[in-house]
Ligand binder design. Structure first.
Ligand SMILES: [Zn+2]
Ligand SMILES: [Zn+2]
Length: 330
């Protein structure tokens, strides 16, 4: 079968690989419907930070149909539609033993520690799979469940109250999903900022958000920074009021220097957002009620052969879309 294969930083290939065959034990054979390309896929491609085995088929944001199950599988049956839980915690470290799997220091991800969804077929342990409560949800909406969980976790970490003014930095997938979640929670004063003015304008009008206008005065109670950009974090520090909060969900390509006194003297609460905790189950439950705003996310769908080219376009930061999906059957 055709598959996208990551060999090392900067080395992504399309290859024919053997079909993974019948599942055994708790494994499930899946036919992938649609898989999203994530910012973390691009980060791993450029830095190689999480390459623990090579080559590997990336893709952790996917919706799939169960075609066959191993003899020990109990929770999922052929015909079920599922999404992958991208996180593969070690299960034995101190945080895992305490039940805080999402903070596992040895955390691996689907598509990194095993072969993921950028192929027509994937084999996953049933514990990596979440059955869609609404089996009729479209592939395009279902494939957003995992990034929606990331957005829910970021908003939970920010913990805004209804009257808050919130600044969202970055109009990529996570940025607009954060805005969707904030609106769902009843937050009305939401401002969106992106250095890609076309993407900012498109997302601001599609989701009825205010475009960011720089001002000297701090004007926001909270900020979710989805960018991984040192310049954006400086904006967050300057624009959040004293006593406000910043939730950081972007991944940084390098360590940064920052004016820590702004955090100390401003009494700011800065929260790191590591993937998600229980929010994936919340996310799949919300897909049906959030279908209308999720449909507004600008996306493109590409074939396996076009994935390397699409990585480059997305990495340039000039893509007008929030999400690129891979359809392995195109
Ligand atoms: Zn992701
Ligand atoms: Zn662990």
């Amino acid at each position: 079968m055709r598959a996208v294969r990551l060999y090392s930083a900067g080395d992504l290939r399309i290859e024919d690989i053997p079909d993974p065959g019948h599942p055994s034990g708790r494994d499930v054979r899946l036919e992938v419907e649609l898989a999203g390309i994530c910012g973390s896929d691009l980060h791993n491609y450029h830095t190689g930070q999480w390459i623990s085995r090579a080559p590997s088929t990336p893709g952790h944001e996917f919706v799939a149909r169960v075609v066959e199950v191993g003899n020990a599988v109990r929770t999922i049956a052929p015909g079920d539609r599922i999404v992958a839980d991208s996180r593969v915690p070690c299960g034995i470290c101190a945080t895992c033993t305490a039940g805080r799997f999402y903070l596992c220091a040895e955390m691996g991800f689907v598509g990194e520690v095993n072969d993921g969804g950028f192929a027509p077929v994937s084999i996953q342990d049933e514990r990596q799979l979440v059955r869609l409560p609404d089996q009729s949800v479209s592939p395009r909406i279902a494939a957003l469940a995992e990034p929606l969980a990331v957005a829910l976790h970021a908003v939970n970490r920010l913990h805004p109250t209804p009257g808050d003014a919130v600044l969202v930095l970055g109009a990529g997938t996570i940025g607009v999903l954060v805005a969707v979640v904030l609106k769902h929670l009843g937050i009305v004063d939401i401002t969106l900022s992106d250095v890609n003015s076309e993407r900012q304008a498109g997302a601001s009008s599609a989701f009825d958000l205010l475009p960011f206008m720089a001002s000297d005065a701090a004007a926001f109670d909270g900020c979710v920074d989805t960018t991984g950009s040192p310049a954006a974090f400086d904006v967050a520090l300057a624009q959040v009021v004293r006593g406000g909060a910043i939730a950081v969900v972007g991944l940084y390509g390098r360590p940064l220097t920052l004016d820590m006194n702004r955090v100390v003297e401003g009494g700011l609460r800065v929260s790191g957002c590591a993937a998600f905790d229980g929010e994936l189950h919340d996310a799949v439950g919300l897909l049906s009620s959030l279908t209308e705003p999720l449909e507004r996310i600008a996306s493109t769908t590409v074939a396996l052969d076009d994935v390397p080219k699409t990585y480059e376009i997305l990495s340039s930061g000039r893509a007008p879309v929030q999400k690129a999906f891979v359809d392995p059957f195109l």
